[in-house]
Design a protein around this ligand. Structure first.
Ligand SMILES: [Zn+2]
Ligand SMILES: [Zn+2]
Length: 348
């Protein structure tokens, strides 16, 4: 194996460069090196590169939605061997702290991330030919799933965790998803697979709404063109059972709160910026408003996402709009910044 590899290295905000860097090695117990085949380009990567999120230390290799082939295993690794096709969970965990012991590995006191956001311990990510991680972050990739589709496991797992595990969507529930970029579409596809009754997608982009209709929305609403609440209550006279905000802007959170009727469950899923919204305490009490929020992923959610794909319940391939080799990462970045795109895949 070569000693050097190609990587997209962020040296400063807005300074992403293709560089030859040292290939990582699996030297510690439990470590593995994966030859990356595909990696999803997430909004979090874009925000780091463009300087929209500032908690980045340089140099940094972004990319946290990888699939690939095990290239090298470190001491003590028995569950995986060189040549195994794998999917990588980007959030590492210790397995022994109180949070890990009850299954909340995304709260781990010793968490690390490969190329992602959240933990303070940040390892180089997957916009590179090779990436080092721990074997506890690996999942075997089923044969029937392409590397590109497998690279969308982590966002799909987040959608499953939010919609099913936390908000407990039930068969025939009337569901509204606000914001149908790639993560909102995945929420919608999970809801459809779980037997949603009426399924409304709300977005200000007509491109996104066309995708939503293709992928199973029963109705779409563009709030820039019509009164979203009025339309939702025309389509769902009894109001939604579940509303998922997968958009990001605070206006989307406010719309979600505004769409409630008695007993509606709502999930603060997309917003990551520190903006506030008001809720009426008494009204929330009498409505029995049930709020959830969801971030990150867990081995349980990753496993369920892999099952959803393997059993043909969610086809993540359908949300891929662009593919770029690593050498064309800057073109990928430009596409991410444009409105007419869905999931972008980088192939190192
Ligand atoms: Zn992401
Ligand atoms: Zn832990």
């Amino acid at each position: 194996m070569a000693e050097k590899m190609l990587a997209a290295v962020l040296y400063d905000f807005n300074r992403l460069e293709l560089a030859e860097v040292a290939r990582p090695r699996a030297e510690q117990v439990g470590e593995v090196v994966v030859r990356i085949k595909a990696c999803g380009f997430c909004a979090t990567d874009y925000k780091a590169i463009a300087g929209i999120r500032r908690n980045v230390s340089f140099p940094f290799i972004p990319g946290h939605e990888p699939s690939g082939i095990v290239a090298e295993v470190g001491p003590g690794v028995t569950a995986f061997k060189a040549g195994d096709a794998v999917i990588v969970q980007p959030s590492g965990f210790c397995g022994f702290c109180p949070a890990c012991r009850v299954g909340n590995t995304h709260y781990c006191e010793h968490a690390f991330t490969t190329g992602g956001d959240g933990p303070t311990d940040v390892w180089p990510g997957a916009f590179a030919e090779y990436m080092r991680t721990r074997t506890s972050c690996l999942f075997h990739k089923p044969k029937g799933i392409s590397f590109d589709a497998a690279a969308i496991t982590e966002p799909l797992s987040g959608a499953w965790k939010g919609v099913i595990q936390y908000s407990q969507m039930q068969v025939a529930d009337d569901v509204v998803v606000i914001g149908v970029g790639s993560i909102g579409l995945l929420c919608m596809m999970v809801a459809k697979a779980a037997g949603a009754g009426r399924l409304i997608a709300i977005d200000v982009s007509d491109y996104a709404l066309r995708n939503a209709l293709d992928l199973g929305a029963t109705h779409v609403i563009n709030p820039a063109k019509e009164d979203a609440k009025q339309r939702v209550y025309q389509i769902m006279p009894n109001g939604p059972d579940l509303v998922v905000e997968a958009a990001g802007p605070i206006a989307a959170v406010k719309l979600m709160v505004d769409l409630r009727r008695r007993g509606t469950r709502w999930n603060v899923f997309g917003i990551t910026t520190h903006e506030t919204f008001e809720i009426d305490g008494g009204l929330t009490h009498f409505l029995e408003g049930r709020m959830d929020a969801s971030f990150g992923t867990t081995p349980l959610a990753m496993s369920m996402a892999i099952r959803l794909m393997e059993r043909g319940l969610v086809d993540t391939e359908t949300i891929i709009s662009h593919r770029f080799p690593l050498a064309r990462i800057h073109e990928a970045m430009a596409v991410i910044a444009s409105p007419d795109r869905n999931k972008v895949i980088v192939q190192p």
